[in-house]
Design a binder for this molecule. Sequence first.
Ligand code: RB5
Length: 175
Amino acid sequence: MKIALGADHAGFDTKNRIAQMLRSSGHEIIDYGTNDDTPVDYPQYGYAVGEAVASGQADRGIVVCGSSLGIAIAANKVPGIRCAAVFEPLTTELARRHNDANVLALSERLTGWEMTERLVDIFLHTPFDGDAEDGKRHQFRVDQLFEFGDAQRERTLKDIEAGMVVNAVTPKELL
Ligand code: RB5
């Protein structure tokens, strides 16, 4: 796979270790930096990795910052990106199985290296259930993640006004 990597000053060491790990297992890396502890702004790295994945230059992306959160929020601003900030194996697996996450966000300050290795491995090797014959509902839901334009917003505002979400039942044929 071709994997885009990016990190701020609080995540560059983990990012570099991930790069080394992935290169040695045969992956191609696009590394957007940063490469030392000079303070930098995490949004730029989240955007760069997000754009690389959304444009198809990279198959997947991995971003690292101190907490994983800021850089994940940034990556998710890029249309087409489904970035999951994860700390343990099960949510990492579900981010792939149910949400088809295409970018993984990791925390250097909160997650140890052994767990990081495990999470990266799960992210790269877990399929999306929406690709299976009995998992079409997952694709149906993931598609809705990118519908938040004016029409969807209007629908959501109506739901808010009504005090509840209406018309969100998954079609029976997808269950
Ligand atoms: C940098 O100090 C830190 O704020 C950043 O790495 C990240 O945790 C932000 O969400």
